[in-house]
Write a protein that binds this ligand. Sequence first.
Ligand code: HEC
Length: 152
Amino acid sequence: MSRLRACLVASALAAAAPGCDLAPDVGPPTEYRCVDDDTNAAVSVSWSRDVAPIILRNQVGCARCHDPARSNPVGVQIGGLDLTSRGAALAGGARSGASIVVPGAPCSSALYQKLLAGPPFGARMPLDGPPYLSATELNLFHDWIAEGAQDN
Ligand code: HEC
């Protein structure tokens, strides 16, 4: 059911429905507000130890579609994005280009944005989800970028 329809039904039933008030206009929903700050400045996140294994795994991973050596790698063919190494990932994809990773700014980085609900273009990744990445795994991508997307 669309949100508008849900709100119309709720108002017909005189039921309290959070988010259905038409006034005052307080702007778009803020269920998730992206923050660039490192979630734990005491811990440093490594590409090779923490991020790459998530990308390369077969379940809830990325390489199945973003490794040009696989059969039918649609993430490379359609998304233009090779994720098999840090260097290849930083080269960007068809839509992201240089915004694939903005060091220090995960909220502006397509590599992180595409892992969340409602990405700025295309679908949430992994494309064959759900399941999607866990909150801890999301933070690994987030913090690796927040810490400068180092070659570590
Ligand atoms: C089942 C196949 C599949 C899987 C698995 C997958 N992707 Fe994708 N990916 C695609 C396709 C197809 C596109 C192009 C369409 C789109 O952007 O939604 C894409 C696009 C992208 C883009 C945007 C590229 C650009 O610049 O246009 C990013 C970033 C991305 N994927 C990251 C990931 C990450 C990170 C994972 C793993 C957590 C992942 N993908 C898993 C198929 C997949």
